[in-house]
Design a protein around this ligand. Structure first.
Ligand code: HEC
Ligand code: HEC
Ligand code: HEC
Ligand code: HEC
Ligand code: HEC
Ligand code: HEC
Ligand code: HEC
Length: 277
């Protein structure tokens, strides 16, 4: 990867970020997206800084249809196809924004090593999603950079919602993505933890985290996001810390809410209504 590409990727990443922050008040993903593209496109860079393949040039998505007909047809419904702005500057914005310039691939009839497959090379996604790359470099992460899992295991690049299972409007659908590989958390449980209905991502960052088990917080703060706590005045003794009807003051210093002997069955339990085991 050369420096120009990196630089472009970085400023694009920033561009998307600042746009997103600036436009957060607007509703309707489509409108926001279109604005982001126009504004970024009018900066000094072309809209895309696509990956390079030595010797290859861009041919446009239509050229892919000869051999990948279904993919090209369905791509119209894909979230990323909304990125396909019109005009000369945007010719690279279709299939080739992720797969790189396709001329050699096309002329060789689909020869090996003539096109980028993001499953093997997720760098191609990071040209536009730089902040995600940082997540996958954290100590606890899904092994995407190591090549054991692909973005495509959880995301649909080619068709419909980019989120497998339907995305934000369908939280349980999003959990289905995780159940492909993590069957133990699926249940059904006799004693369900209602937090699961909010989606796995309320407690786990799917990309990576500084905390073990990809947790979004490392101690009881994870649980306090939803569970009300009531503490007595610090001068009174003994101190109490009420969660519901139980005083937890003696427990909290002993570890996390989910470690040894406490709420170990955090995803749901077959035997204990307090999710102890
Ligand atoms: C002349 C036919 C043809 C055209 C045109 C064509 N491909 Fe392919 N492509 C193939 C064949 C054959 C394969 C290998 C078998 C397979 O995976 O379907 C392939 C494989 C691929 C792969 C997987 C490569 C890998 O290493 O895993 C990608 C990605 C791909 N094509 C993208 C594209 C894109 C993007 C375009 C348009 C720029 C395109 N193809 C145009 C025939 C073609
Ligand atoms: C947002 C990025 C992105 C765009 C745009 C994109 N793809 Fe892909 N493509 C991927 C990813 C990711 C994979 C690997 C999927 C996986 O991990 O199973 C892939 C894999 C492929 C493959 C290999 C076979 C397969 O299905 O896994 C082909 C062929 C392909 N893409 C063709 C296309 C064509 C044709 C287009 C345009 C209509 C296109 N792609 C647009 C990201 C993209
Ligand atoms: C050419 C630039 C570009 C490439 C390459 C690209 N994306 Fe995107 N992607 C965008 C833009 C722009 C958006 C919409 C704005 C945003 O939310 O960042 C987006 C949105 C997304 C979203 C939804 C974000 C949200 O908040 O709803 C996901 C998930 C995503 N992309 C995954 C991928 C994956 C996986 C790949 C590689 C296979 C990829 N993208 C490649 C530009 C790109
Ligand atoms: C283990 C599953 C999984 C893998 C692998 C994965 N993602 Fe995601 N990704 C998700 C989920 C789930 C969300 C939704 C997060 C949310 O709603 O808070 C998401 C959200 C996103 C977003 C939206 C912004 C954000 O930070 O939430 C982008 C962009 C994105 N992913 C890109 C990628 C790219 C690029 C890759 C591969 C390099 C990738 N993802 C691999 C599950 C995954
Ligand atoms: C394609 C398969 C796959 C998908 C899909 C997947 N994971 Fe994973 N996950 C793994 C693998 C493999 C590991 C590493 C397990 C290990 O090291 O033993 C892992 C590890 C984890 C861990 C840490 C486990 C530990 O013991 O440290 C958590 C938490 C996790 N995944 C949550 C999720 C969530 C949440 C989703 C959905 C957004 C998801 N996973 C989707 C395969 C997957
Ligand atoms: C209420 C917060 C919460 C929710 C929601 C949640 N988890 Fe967890 N998860 C945890 C905690 C806490 C741990 C650490 C347990 C431990 O270390 O014993 C964990 C651990 C894991 C592990 C590692 C294996 C293990 O049991 O230690 C996997 C895999 C996992 N979760 C997957 C998921 C999936 C998939 C979902 C969604 C279906 C999900 N989690 C929803 C809190 C949650
Ligand atoms: C997304 C919100 C959410 C998060 C985060 C969350 N919970 Fe819950 N939890 C609930 C809801 C809702 C219920 C059911 C109503 C109730 O009993 O308060 C519940 C019920 C429980 C119960 C069973 C009820 C009881 O009285 O024993 C336990 C135990 C529990 N949660 C522990 C935890 C622990 C430990 C964590 C942190 C790892 C956690 N929860 C994180 C929402 C959440």
């Amino acid at each position: 990867m050369n420096n120009t590409f990196l630089k472009l990727g970085r400023s694009l990443g920033k561009c998307f970020q600042s746009r997103r922050a600036g436009l957060i008040g607007l509703s309707g993903g489509g409108a926001v997206l279109a604005l982001a593209l126009i504004s970024c496109g009018t900066l000094t860079h072309p809209i895309m800084a696509p990956p390079t393949i030595p010797g290859a040039t861009f041919v446009g998505s239509k050229a892919c249809a000869d051999c990948h007909e279904t993919l090209v047809r369905d791509f119209k419904t894909a979230d990323h196809s909304r990125l396909m702005a019109k005009g000369k500057n945007a010719e690279n914005a279709g299939c080739e924004s992720c797969h790189g310039p396709g001329s050699l691939h096309v002329s060789s009839g689909g020869g090996t090593h003539t096109i980028i497959n993001p499953r093997k090379d997720p760098e191609t996604c990071f040209q536009c999603h730089l902040e995600i790359r940082a997540k996958f470099s954290l100590p606890y992460r899904h092994a995407v950079l190591e090549g054991r899992i692909g973005c495509g295991d959880c995301h649909n690049p080619h068709k419909g919602s980019i989120f497998k299972g339907g995305g934000a409007t369908n939280l349980m659908g999003k959990n289905e993505t995780c159940f492909q590989c993590h069957t133990a958390q699926r249940g059904p449980f006799v004693f369900e933890h209602e937090a699961m209905r909010e989606g796995c991502v309320t407690c786990h960052d799917p990309h990576g985290s500084v905390n073990q088990k990809l947790l979004v917080a490392r101690n009881q703060m994870l649980c306090y996001r939803c569970h009300f706590q009531q503490q007595n005045a610090p001068t009174r003794s003994p101190k109490t810390l009420y969660h519901g009807l139980d005083d937890h003051a003696p427990d909290v210093p002993q570890g996390t809410c989910w470690s040894g002997g406490c709420h170990e069955a955090i995803h749901g339990s077959q035997v204990n209504s307090h999710l102890r085991y």
